[in-house]
Design a protein around this ligand. Structure first.
Ligand code: KG4
Ligand code: ZN
Length: 350
């Protein structure tokens, strides 16, 4: 079974060909970082325009890289929720046209659920996971979403908790802005934190209620803001801006922020695992799972708990279409085929 996947929910235009639900034959991602960098965030109108220009070349390239002709695909899967509506519409419309023109079924895929699935993708020739995967404890940490799930199959996720304010990636991005680091912020913090002392500042690790599986990052972000800019002044503004920071103090702040942010995620995973559901593995995905410290701590947690960790390589942590095609294959097998009336929807279903 060969699936063509399309992903245009935010600022990456992506297409991929996946065989048998997990073997990634090709994965092409056209990033728009250069377009949005001067605004330090995604400008929706510019994003949809760039998707419209790039989507068909990216699809053609994915087929060429996989060494197939598009008419060989068995279905077309598209990320149709959640995301920026104008961006989603470009991918959904392109997928409808391709499915109709090729005479193949169309499958609508939830982008958040696809991040959960990304750890089960593999390169051609790579071995499939050894042992049972489900039920799995799922963690998605991206720029738009941060949530924990109980996953009973690739197509069946029940949310256990979610952020009550910022998503984890959003907190990294805002922290980078506070520190005056380059866009995109998450990778900048990750890189700089490697040279910093992670104990230089004691930032708060959010726990919320004793049994809560929800997340919160706004207190941490405010603590960083005050550490950099001093106290808020009565008439508005702050005591100072970030220009007093030298490279070493920035690195210490980045490392201390990252330690607290990662600890806040690990606390919730520990709590969910203590709840005694007999999980076989942890599925972790989303852009922030590219973070070096989070990857190391997730690996440590799973080793302590004797659980398999299914976490994608960095290239499939951030937005890509391989995860859409992979999950699309399972949805197709479950009979979840969409008609040409498939809607683009800004919110997640899971
Ligand atoms: O999954 P993704 O590509 O897009 C969404 O679905 O939101 O995630 C993007 C987010 C951004 O907030 C970005 O700063 C963050 O993932 N990110 C990272 C790293 N790489 C990407 N955060 C921390 N460390 C990284 N290495
Ligand atoms: Zn994403």
């Amino acid at each position: 079974m060969l699936i063509l996947g399309l992903e245009t929910s935010c600022d990456e235009t992506a297409a991929a060909i996946v065989r048998g639900g997990s073997e990634v034959l090709s994965s092409v991602v056209a990033s728009q970082d250069d377009i949005h960098a001067e605004y330090r965030g995604v400008v929706p109108e510019l994003a949809s325009r760039a998707h419209a220009e790039r989507v068909l070349p990216v699809v053609r390239r994915a087929a060429a890289d996989a060494g197939i002709a598009l008419r060989q695909v068995d279905a077309v899967a598209v990320g149709h929720r959640p995301g920026l509506i104008g961006s989603l519409l470009v991918g959904v419309s392109a997928a409808k046209g391709l499915a109709w023109g090729l005479g193949r079924p169309l499958v609508g895929v939830d982008h958040v659920q696809a991040h959960l699935y990304a750890g089960l993708l593999r390169a051609p020739g790579e071995a499939a996971p050894n042992g049972p995967v489900f039920p799995a404890l799922g963690l998605v940490v991206s720029g738009g979403h941060t949530a924990l799930y109980r996953c009973d199959s690739p197509v069946d996720a029940t949310r256990l908790g979610a952020t009550i304010d910022d998503a984890m990636g959003e907190a990294f991005d805002k922290a980078a802005t506070i520190l005056g680091l380059p866009y995109p912020g998450g990778p900048s913090i990750d890189l700089l934190a490697r040279d910093g002392d992670d104990r230089a500042h004691e930032f708060p690790v959010s726990r919320l209620g004793r049994d809560s599986l929800d997340f919160s990052f706004s207190g941490l972000k405010t603590s960083l803001l005050y550490a950099v800019r001093g106290k808020p002044l009565p008439g508005g503004g702050f005591e100072r801006d970030h220009t007093w920071l030298n490279e070493s103090s920035k690195a210490d702040l980045a490392a201390s922020f990252q330690r607290a942010a990662v600890a806040a995620a690990i606390v919730k995973l520990e709590r969910a695992l203590d709840a005694r559901t007999p999980y076989c593995s942890v599925l972790a995905g989303g852009g922030v799972t590219a973070n070096e410290r989070l990857r190391a701590e997730l690996a440590g947690l799973c080793e302590r708990r004797a659980l398999a960790l299914h976490m994608p390589p960095r290239k499939w942590c951030v937005d890509n279409a391989a995860m859409i095609a992979g999950l699309g294959c399972h949805l197709l097998a479950a009979g979840k085929v969409a008609g040409l009336e498939l809607a683009a929807v800004p919110t997640t279903a899971c």
